[in-house]
Design a protein around this ligand. Structure first.
Ligand code: ATR
Length: 285
């Protein structure tokens, strides 16, 4: 990669940030497309976050991805929020236009694009179970509800959080019935078309195996997991064992990256090339 006097800088704020595969994915695409950009990881402590946002303006950094633990707190320091990001209550992308910082959430549409393009799944009229009611769950639910599914059942360990999210979303989007439950989903699986895990359960290094029992799902149901490390999570393996269709988390990672890339550069990257680099970087020692 050649850095020039004109190279535009983008990157990621997070803590930890060492595990991120976004630098590989973006830099490979910049290089392949001949774009004079570089993507840099920045480890940002909570107490330094406001200073780091000022630095984006001061250093004319073109844009930033934002990850754990800053996706929500950083919103207060920006000049403007995309409507959907405001609704979700979290951002993962900042665009700097002449010193004005606007926040976006590309996780939501990234998940939707991955699901529709890879699985050919059209949420309209379908019955969907979303496991989890945290930040990632909110992004997925808000993405799905705009496509008018018949039902979204939000299942969460802390049931009150599921109830609060179901009431919030159901109050705004009347064409979908929102239901809340704990993690015992037996009653809801029978006519389910899509079940998606948005919790961290199944992630490498985390405790626990399956977040819910998926026995009883119809044979043509899709089981989707937004966890991408490992590529085959316990939930994905169990779904394959049951002969169900599976949708892995790497797709969302790649599609959210592609949307951020386009917001910064105005150019669409190749999804296949991004996916190839992502897999390669995960296999690297
Ligand atoms: P994120 O932004 O990644 O979604 P979060 O807002 O902290 O993170 O939300 C984490 C989600 O994973 C929540 O739905 C959480 O359930 P609770 O609301 O009950 O905390 C869920 N979660 C985390 N660990 C879990 C576990 N071991 N079993 C079941 N659900 C878990």
């Amino acid at each position: 990669m050649k850095i020039t006097g004109r190279t535009k800088v983008v990157g990621i704020f997070g803590d930890p940030v060492e595990h991120s595969i976004s630098p590989y994915v973006h830099n490979a695409s910049f290089e392949a497309m001949g774009l004079d950009y570089v993507y840099v990881p920045f480890r940002v402590k909570r107490e330094m976050l406001s200073h780091c946002v000022v630095a984006i303006r001061a250093l004319h950094i073109r844009g930033m991805n934002v990850t754990i633990p800053h996706k929500e707190t950083i919103m207060a320091f920006l000049d403007e929020l995309d409507e959907e990001a405001e609704e979700i209550g979290a951002i993962n992308t900042i665009v700097n236009t002449e010193g004005r910082l606007k926040g976006y959430n590309t996780d939501s549409l990234g998940y939707l694009n991955s699901l529709t393009e890879e699985m050919g799944f059209e949420p309209s009229g379908k019955n969907i179970i979303v496991i989890g009611a945290g930040g990632a769950g909110r992004a997925v639910v808000y993405g799905l509800v705009k496509r008018r599914p018949r039902n979204i059942t939000i299942a969460n360990r802390t049931c009150e959080r599921a109830v609060a999210l179901a009431e919030e979303v159901g109050g705004k989007y009347r064409s979908t019935r929102l239901v809340a439950t704990g993690l015992d989903i037996k009653e809801h699986v029978r006519d389910c078309h899509l079940l998606v895990n948005t919790t961290s359960v199944g992630m490498q290094g985390a405790k626990g195996g399956l977040v819910v029992s998926i026995d009883g799902l119809p044979r043509d149901a899709i089981v989707s997991d937004i966890v991408y490390r490992p590529l085959d999570t316990p939930l994905i393996k169990e779904a394959e064992r049951l002969g169900l269709r599976v949708h892995r988390g790497l797709g969302m990672l790649v599609h959210q990256a592609a949307l951020s890339f386009e917001l910064w550069t105005g150019k669409k990257p190749s999804i296949d090339a991004m996916r190839f680099t992502a897999v390669q970087s995960m296999e690297a020692p």
